[in-house]
Ligand binder design. Structure first.
Ligand code: SAM
Length: 261
């Protein structure tokens, strides 16, 4: 089957659409952003349940149809642009995001939304199940990695709904899940330098099966020997990155930053 262009697998199950809206807890004083409204299954419900809706859609043909259908609503605004490039600080109001994201760009769009997290009170999005597995993964599990740490550092993460591939047309190869992210006003752990923190996180997962001492070689000069164990900031470097909590990464990176500063 031809791969849908621009991740255009449309949701066709009205019950799922209603469930997504229900979980988003909208009220009529809220501003909402929808990325990729497509043929408008969520758009219709969002307009009924929110104060105002801004939609970002890249496909000009879909944009024409969306304007035709929804422009009668005074509280509807459509921006024809690429969600991967849009500067979300231009949004006039702080808002909630409710979207069914295109698979091919879902992780990048999500990272971008998190980058602009001060604009968003909540982000409820549907994306590939396997990506959601990674977003919610806890230490010591196969799916836990740098994406889990990045998202869980900035947001409260809640998995809310599983959606079968049968609920879309054209039918994708994989199932989807819906996730709710609540950006934190201050991250859960104290990190002294974000660049060092994310460098340590990324290096720790560089080769997932390797021990930390083989992944953190950039900081080899700071390694300490303790009773035959190699440690850094009291963390045994024979462990693998996947066993470290967000707090552990903060301990490691704050220590490295304090010595390299
Ligand atoms: N919301 C609709 C639904 O649930 O049926 C459509 C979802 S479909 C998975 C993804 C939508 O995102 C499509 O309408 C597609 O044209 C749009 N899209 C794809 N890439 C985009 C991008 N980079 N920026 C904005 N919209 C994009």
């Amino acid at each position: 089957m031809k791969k849908p262009r621009l991740g255009q697998n449309y949701l066709i199950d009205e019950n799922i659409a209603c469930e997504i809206i229900r979980h988003a807890d909208l009220s009529n004083d809220q501003y909402v952003l929808e990325i990729g409204p497509g043929k408008g299954i969520l758009t219709t419900l969002l307009l009924e349940n929110a104060k105002s809706l801004t939609a970002i859609e890249i496909d000009p043909k879909l944009c024409l149809a969306l304007i035709d259908r929804f422009n009668v609503h005074e509280n509807f605004e459509l921006i024809q642009t690429d969600a991967l490039k849009y500067n979300y600080s231009q949004l006039k109001n702080q808002c909630q995001v409710v979207s069914n994201l295109p698979y091919y760009a879902a992780t990048h769009i999500l990272k971008r939304l998190i980058h602009y997290r001060e604009r968003f009170t909540q982000i409820t999005v549907m994306l590939q199940k396997e990506v959601v597995d990674r977003l919610v993964a806890v230490p010591g599990t196969r799916d836990y990695g740098s994406l889990s740490v990045f998202v869980q550092f900035y947001c409260e993460v809640e998995r809310i709904l599983e959606v079968s591939k049968e609920s879309f047309s054209p039918k994708p190869k994989i199932d989807s899940s819906v996730i709710k992210l609540t950006p934190l006003i201050t991250p859960k752990v104290q990190v002294d330098n974000l660049k060092t923190f994310f460098s340590v996180v990324n290096a720790s997962f560089l080769h997932k099966r390797k021990m930390l001492k083989n992944n953190l070689t950039d900081w080899e000069n700071l390694f300490q020997s303790n009773n035959g164990k190699t440690e850094l900031a009291g963390i045994n470097l024979s462990r693998r990155g996947e066993t470290l909590t967000v707090e552990d990464f903060a301990i490691l990176s704050n220590y490295i930053y304090s010595l390299n500063d």
